[in-house]
Ligand binder design. Structure first.
Ligand code: KIV
Ligand code: ZN
Length: 522
């Protein structure tokens, strides 16, 4: 197999199949923003939309095509002349573009949805592909619901589409029904039985209804498919499409096993693409999502942490850096072992022997039981602060009131904090109610920090749900975490910031303590 034959093209349909599943469609600007990231990620084809569906989508496909530098831009069309003309209208003048036309081929779709004979469908596909080829020499044809199409019909359809001029033929498992071995066999059979198959690239498009999308796509690659259609974060209809980051990293890591295949994806851009798509689409990435979930590289159990500290490969097949995360997280919880505690302290410059590990570990476990998660600065507090200092908060919320409304009202907050033994109040404005509250708290605490991360998550469901706010603050180059929980998300936001400020305050106490150790006052 030549090098070129081993290349698997990545066709991204986040802006079409992915967008179909969103509650709110994307604006032209949002599509261009995502397309720019996809282009930097190295995807080969960007399916930017379905031009016939609305003038806005037609415009979006055009804008994406005008803005991307490397990827080929593609528009979707049913096997109907007006759909194909709309794709051409969106993409005309672009040097190289693709028209992707499709029609369903399974019995249930042909009979019950399209209410036609299979012969009619074959004729429609032939006409559509020939029409599209008048506009561009890059035409993809998809057999919708191929996974449930009788194999003889599928072979006939693929042969017809290629004879009509399709340069890519896509085999979708539209309803995510097939199993990996079965889907791979469909591709193998096409290669064995379709006489002109070598004149087109075979593509696959797998949905994830049974959680098989990535496995099915890879099984197809092993049988010769050389384009995989996917979405960032696995977005897409129902349970989603094959996830781009999973397929890219599986090929990167296991390409040799699959016959030496490779993609052009820049893997270190995957985390950023995931975060941008999640933010723009307002679709949070599940923490356990393979490759890009926030937990994907966190080691929690003591045995795992111990192994990773000795050799990362014991429990890590991918590194967080390889997909663009800056560093991985060791979650210190009540399940963490002594080895982990020692390693974290070592990383902070505390050598074993300068503290009593057994005593520290007992106190760490108590703290972990109480707090759930323990951070490096908490460990330091155990080393330096008395129990009372460790327990007591310097800043406590006493009162909070906020006024906000539509764009005509400037959000205003008033916050009263207990600071040590005194009480102080501040009022201020901001560009939103949380910002107004944060401005007051920052002034009250007298601390300089940068807000690095802010997230809200509903804990529980329905009317009883509580909002959990997590913040990360950067203060003098170090990150401090704060968490706040309340049925009122503004209060939860205030509590999370105050808890991070308390962590900064404790760290300052420790810094003073250390300075005192080195330069004792006479
Ligand atoms: O799932 C599917 O079959 C599709 C086609 C339009 C390719 O999205
Ligand atoms: Zn689909």
């Amino acid at each position: 197999m030549s090098e070129q034959d081993k290349r698997v093209l990545i066709f991204d349909t986040t802006l079409r199949d992915g967008e179909q599943a969103l509650q709110k469609s994307l604006t032209v600007k949002q599509k261009v923003q995502i397309a720019t990231i996809l282009d930097q990620l190295g995807v080969d084809v960007i399916e930017a939309g379905f031009p016939i569906s609305s003038p806005g989508d037609l415009q979006a496909v055009r804008e994406v095509a005008l803005n991307v530098k490397n990827a080929i831009c593609c528009g979707l069309a049913r096997a109907l002349i007006p759909d194909i003309d709309a794709c051409h209208e969106a993409l005309q003048g672009i040097e190289h573009y693709r028209i992707h036309t499709f029609i369903a081929t399974s019995d249930i779709h042909v009979k019950d949805k399209l209410r036609r004979s299979f012969d009619d469908i074959v004729q429609m596909a032939d006409t559509a592909v020939r029409h599209a080829r008048r506009y561009t020499d890059d035409v993809e044809f998809s057999c919708e619901d191929a996974g449930r199409t009788p194999i003889d019909n599928l072979c006939r359809m693929v042969e017809t589409a290629i004879a009509a001029g399709a340069t890519t033929v896509n085999i979708p498992d539209t309803v995510g029904y097939t199993l990996p071995y079965e889907f791979g066999n469909i591709i193998k059979t096409l290669f064995n039985r379709v006489p002109n198959i070598d004149q087109a690239r075979i593509s696959v498009h797998c949905h994830n209804d049974l959680g098989m999308a990535t496995a099915n796509s890879l099984s197809a690659v092993m049988e010769g498919a050389r384009q995989v259609e996917c979405c960032v974060n696995g977005l897409g209809e129902r349970a989603g499409n094959c996830s781009l980051e999973e397929v890219a990293m599986a090929i990167k890591l296991r390409g040799e096993y699959m016959g030496g295949v490779y993609t052009n994806i820049v893997n270190t851009n995957l985390a950023r693409a995931s975060q941008v798509v999640s933010g723009v689409c307002n679709e949070p990435v599940p923490s356990h999502k393979a490759v890009v979930g926030s937990n994907a590289f966190a080691h929690s159990s003591g045995i795992h942490q111990d192994g990773v500290l000795k050799n990362r490969s014991t429990y890590e097949i991918l590194t967080p850096e390889s997909v663009g995360f800056k560093n991985n997280t060791m979650h210190m919880t009540a399940r963490s072992g002594r080895h982990m505690i020692k390693a974290v302290l070592e990383g902070m410059g505390y050598q074993e022997g300068t503290y009593d590990l057994n005593d520290l570990y007992t106190r760490f476990l108590k703290l972990a039981d109480r707090k759930g998660q323990v951070f490096d600065y908490d460990l330091e507090a155990l080393l330096f602060l008395s129990h009372e200092q460790e327990e007591n908060s310097q800043f406590t919320l006493e009162n909070l009131s906020v006024m906000s409304g539509d764009k005509n009202l400037l959000p205003t907050a008033s916050v009263r904090l207990r600071i040590g033994k005194r009480t102080r109040t501040e009022s201020g404005t901001g560009n939103g109610p949380v910002d107004a509250v944060y401005n007051c708290i920052a002034r009250l605490c007298g601390l300089k920090f940068e807000l690095d991360h802010f997230s809200i998550e509903a804990k529980g469901s329905g009317m009883d749900a509580q909002g959990q706010v997590d913040v990360d603050l950067i203060h003098e180059g170090r990150t401090y975490h704060g968490k706040g929980l309340s049925t009122d998300i503004i209060e939860a936001s205030a509590l999370s910031l105050i808890s991070a400020c308390n962590a900064i305050y404790r760290a300052q106490l420790i810094a003073d303590e250390k300075a005192e150790e080195h330069h004792p006052q006479v």
